[in-house]
Design a binder for this molecule. Structure first.
Ligand code: SF4
Length: 315
């Protein structure tokens, strides 16, 4: 068996920053550190932090007054920030700057009196946070069918935004429908689907042609990981989204001589390597890395952690 290992894969700049933030917050304040929702959508990462004393909550009122709280990479609505303030929580913010960009665009359009069409997945943490910035001005659409149902007050003041982790192809289909129905619809000059989502999808698109099976490392609730699996499946490949090698079955590979391995933006490299080891053990696999694009994006830590991070580094 030959393994094609896609690059780039795995952790993006936003996930790296969020994970470093939680690590440093635990070191600085000691456990428990409360985290609003999963720090990133990955079971392995969440369980590792749970063992170190992070407590993941779904509601602010689960956090004892005065505690330390971290907002996850997916961002939160202003209502959640207010609730944290009202409870006198020491709140730190590990929202990815590319999610914050979408929040700021929503605020800008809403202030200018626009109706905003947000393309995204209902119930996703990021979508809930973005919609919370201007609930009265934002309408959510998930697919082309939703576009046909839209009722808007003023077609001359309309803009669209997207969740950062969508399928580029699906989003373009919805955007084309929106433009067909509302030719004057506006959008930010630079799209909202983030660089990491686009690059990982491009790698699957380019590399999956010549393989028999595609294995995506990532959790079921990770939007960008799900999109990678779907992309491979749409290309006619047998494709699996797994948290790690424990989810694999020998039968998945009975007719496979070439396997593509990639990982969503929240999946750690350790689970990629464990999966490779599993395939080497069972199929005597060899590995070839194929680099489609270089990435050099880096996001700064939340301000309140920067001095402490420098101290830790100097030790
Ligand atoms: S996937 Fe994109 S938007 Fe999400 S945390 Fe990573 S860089 Fe930020």
């Amino acid at each position: 068996m030959k393994i094609i290992l896609a690059a780039p894969r795995g952790f993006c700049a936003g996930v790296n920053m969020a994970i470093d933030s939680l690590d440093l917050t635990l070191q600085k304040f000691g456990p428990p550190v409360y985290v609003y929702h999963e720090i990133v959508h990955n079971q392995y990462v969440v369980n590792t932090f749970r063992d170190k004393g992070a407590v993941f909550v779904n509601e602010i009122d689960e956090v004892p007054e005065g505690s330390v709280l971290l907002f996850s990479a997916h961002g939160v609505s202003p209502q959640v920030r207010e609730a944290a303030k009202a409870r006198s929580l020491n709140a730190l913010d590990a929202t990815c700057p590319l999610v914050t960009k979408v929040h700021l665009e929503a605020i800008k359009y809403a202030k200018a009196g626009y109706t905003i069409i947000l393309i995204g997945h209902d119930g996703h943490d990021e979508v809930i946070g973005t919609m919370g910035e201007a609930p009265e001005a934002i309408l959510l659409v998930e697919d082309e069918a939703d576009v046909a149902e839209l009722q808007v007050k003023d077609e001359s003041k309309l803009a669209y935004l997207t969740q950062t982790t969508l399928s580029v192809d699906d989003a373009n289909r919805v955007i084309n429908k929106l433009r067909e129905r509302f030719p004057h619809i506006e959008s930010p000059p630079k799209g909202d689907i983030c660089y990491a989502t686009q690059n990982r999808q491009e790698a699957v698109r380019v590399l999956s042609d010549d393989v028999d099976v595609v294995v995506v490392l990532g959790s079921q609730n990770s939007s960008n990981s799900q999109r990678l699996r779907e992309l491979a499946a749409e290309g006619g490949k047998q494709a699996y989204l797994i948290d790690g090698p424990d989810d694999l079955d020998l039968d998945y590979f009975t007719a496979a001589s070439t396997v593509l391995i990639t990982a969503g933006a929240s999946a750690p490299e350790s689970v990629v390597q464990a999966t490779i080891d599993w395939l080497i053990k069972h199929f005597d696999a060899t590995v070839e890395v194929k680099q489609i694009r270089e990435e050099s994006v880096h996001f700064p830590l939340p301000k309140p952690l920067r001095a402490f991070a420098a101290e830790v580094q100097a030790q």
